[in-house]
Design a protein around this ligand. Sequence first.
Ligand code: ATP
Ligand code: MG
Length: 557
Amino acid sequence: MSSETTPVAHFIRNIIEDDLKSGKHQSIVTRFPPEPNGYLHVGHAKSICLNFGMAADHQGKCNLRFDDTNPEKESEEYAQSIQDDVRWMGFQWDGAVRWASDYFDALYDYAVDLIKQGKAYVCDLTPDEMRAYRGTLTEAGRNSPFRERPVEENLDLFTRMKNGEFPDGAKVLRAKIDMAAPNINLRDPVIYRIKRAHHIRTGDKWCIYPMYDYTHCISDALEGITHSLCTLEFEDHRPLYDWCLDQLPVPCHPRQIEFSRLELQYTITSKRKLLQLVTENRVSGWNDPRMPTISGMRRRGYTPEGLREFAKRIGISKSDNTVDMSVLESSIRDDLETRVPRVMAVIKPLKVTITNFVEGETASREAGFHPNHPEFGSRLVPFSKEIWIEADDFAETPPPGWQRLTVGGEVRLRYSYVIKCDEAVKDGAGNVVELKCSIDPNTLGKNPEGRKVKGVIHWLSCAAALPAEIRLYDRLFTMPKPDGDKERDFQDFLNPHSLETVQGWIEACVKDIAPETRYQFERLGYFCSDRVEHQPGAKLVFNRTVTLKDSWAKEHG
Ligand code: ATP
Ligand code: MG
């Protein structure tokens, strides 16, 4: 199913290929520039696949650069998780990890250069005043009263800002561009602010920090980036990106190209909101399997191959769109289908006693782990007098067309005999607690004579099966756009049934599997042993990755 080898055409690929063909570039350099202020999410996965993918497809390079210009929100833990996630996605950045903070000295020197050219000035307006001076979309801004400060005074003040002579927020350095520019980003944007905050890399060396727009373009240029790919909200910032590079003696002038963000139905792709779910304990952490984070999706059992396939299916364009969750789920399912072994597990067990079981005579069969992959091997599926079946596979009063078990009906036990249900045993409240069934001893590995038995169900030997904790995940939100309603808090739409934990049973052959081992549980879906809590040989914990079919649309749609 996977189409990993065939590249998908899109406008960015076309630009890159044209630039290589025309000789504008001999080779390309891209970068993935996350801010280490949270864990990466599925939207970042799209950006990772684009940036690393374009580099790989054209024998180019892709850098990993942390945009670490907001010291208060950033942490080493986030930076580490981002590296782990990029590697897990199957990509390797060129050379060492880079940090915008590596360029703080250069950025400072370039700011001095701008001041000397008369293209930057120190401004003492308060944030409120600055807002009032900025104007609006329909109204030009007004020049700051500090705009015409002489170069010498600006140099002196900027040095003193750096030396910590002024309190936080007292002054800023602004680019001197045009207060009447229709694009508000060009109305003398702030490029440095005073902020006494401990930085994860530079510690307390700096009390002034460069702003993102100023930092990003120069960092790109210093790294020789050829194509700086970013999401559409930066389109209006491109003139500023270009303005900075045009004023400064930087080694090259990368081309910024924007594409649309990934928005995914029934979830959110905002680090701020994801952080809120974590800090308010709505989920167990950034890697909760319900989270759209890369680490959450990984823990749930999603594969890098499946995520890369998803990135391919959604493509790259400039139009805003919200992708249906089923596109992600089917990418994962299609990847797992051909790659993971199959075993049987029972998640809502109902006991069945085989009344005509004969010790030493009633036999067990060998079964392969995958119908199309004999090389996956096989195991014995032990039969016994008592077996578990799925409670849902029995119905006392079955709906029309029922092919599973009912009193008086027959069904095939996968890899075993045809059984007939002779009696349903009930408790005092009238609930079915056990079935008494008999096998047709003539049906092991062959069809019954004189009749057709259509239904096949999964089952386990009670004597041989191992207990397992099985976590059934559903969508985290009940609304396609949980943060789409400005009047409502997105947390109002959390799905109260997004996690159901059950105690089930599983074949003994999985006893010693490592954490993060994937299986198809026949008829139930794809499951993955939990990375964090599964203990081989001791405590089996499985996460449902995805169901076998898109049952969600049917039930809820
Ligand atoms: P958020 O708004 O969730 O905080 P961000 O854009 O601030 O995200 P960054 O760490 O700055 O997060 O993002 C790193 C890169 O990933 C950027 O190039 C950004 O454009 C890209 N990116 C972030 N979110 C998405 C998304 N939903 N779809 C595609 N690319 C994204
Ligand atoms: Mg950002």
